[in-house]
Design a protein around this ligand. Sequence first.
Ligand code: NAD
Length: 368
Amino acid sequence: MTNPSLLILPGDGIGPEVMAEVRKIIAWFGAKRGLNFDLSEDLVGGCAYDRHGTPLHDDTMAKAQEVDAVLLGAVGGPAYDKLDFSVKPERGLLRLRKEMDLYANLRPAQCFDALADFSSLKKDVVAGLDIMIVRELTSGVYFGEPRGIFKEGNERVGINTQRYTESEIARVARSAFELARKRGNKVCSMEKANVMESGILWRDVVQEVHDAEYADVELSHMYADAGAMQLTRWPKQFDVIVTDNLFGDLLSDLAAMLTGSLGMLPSASLGAPMENGRPKALYEPVHGSAPDIAGTGKANPCACILSFAMALRYSFDQGDEAARLEAAVNQVLASGVRTADLMQKDGGTPATTTQMGDAVIAALEASL
Ligand code: NAD
C-alpha cells in the first residue's frame, strides 16, 4: 500500500519556523507509530514570488491538486506590501483555495484546560470547550451578483447579493454531518430563515440532506443572531455548527477567541471527495506570518501542530493519533511550558518555538 501524500508549504515569516516543529512531529509519528507520509515541500507566498515572480507557481498548484492533503504555514510580510495586488503573497493562498474548490472552512474552538484563564469568559463556561464551526467558503454574499456601487438618482447605492444554490448548501451540509459523525454526532445549522429567503432554502436543504442521508446525526436549527448569543452564553451546548459564508465569518472569529491566543488556532478547508474518498484539503494555522516576531524564536508552533492533528483526523482517518497529539499539547501547557504569547506579564521565562516543539515530542513519547 502506498503512503498517503502530504505537501508542505511553509511560506513566509514564522511559517518556516513553526513548520520545522511540525516536521519533527511528523517524523515522530513515522518512527514511533508507523504512520509514514509521502512528503514533498514547495514555496508559496513571498518566497515563491522571490524565486518565480509569482506567489504560487503552476507546478506547485498542480502538486496541490494531486496530494491527499496540503499543510501550509503562513504567507506575507512587509517586504511584499508594495507589490501589485495580482502577485501579493496572499494571492497564492487564495488561488490554492479557489482552484482546489475548498468550500467548507473548518474552524475549531477548543479550550485547553491550562489556558481557560486566557478567555474573556468565565472559566467554567470555556473549560473543556470543543466545538467546530463549518463555514461555507466559496459562495454567498461575498460572491453573489449583482454587486457594486451604483448611481441611483442623486445618490450612490452599494449592492451585494446573497445567493445560494441547493447543491452549494447540500455539499457543505454533508461536510458538517460527516464531521459530526467523527465527533459528538450533533449539528446545529444557523441562518436567518425568519428574514431571508436564502435562509429558508438553507434550512430546508440542510434538513433534507439530514433526513435522506444522516438521520443518525442529531440536527437542530437556530437563527444566526440567537446563535451568536448562545455561543457566548453557553458554548458547550454545541458540537458542529454549519452556517453560510457571512455568518460563518463572524461566528468563527467569535468562537475562536473564546479560547485565547491566535498562536493556538488551527483551521482546515475541505473540498469535494477525491477518487480515494478523501476530501481535497488544506490545513493551516489561523495566524499570519507575524513579521514582528519572525526570526526571534518567539513563535508558538501549536496552531500549526494542531493543524497537522486536524489533517490526521479529517484526511488520514487517524482520529486516535490526532487525539494523542492534542493531548500532548494539552499536557505541555498544563506542565507550565508556554511560549511568550501564552504568558501573563512577569510569568517567567517563555519557551522558544523549538523548546515548545521538543516539549510536545517529549509528551508524545510519554504517551506510549
Ligand atoms: P498575524 O497573525 O501575522 O499577527 C498578529 C499578531 O499575533 C502579531 O503580534 C503576531 O506576533 C502574533 N502572532 C501571530 N501568530 C503567532 C504565533 N504563532 N505565536 C505567537 N504570536 C503570534 O497578523 P498580521 O500581523 O495582521 O499580518 C502579518 C502578515 O501575515 C501580513 O502580511 C498578512 O497579510 C499576513 N497574513 C497571512 C495569513 C495567512 O497566511 N493565512 C493570515 C493573516 C495574515
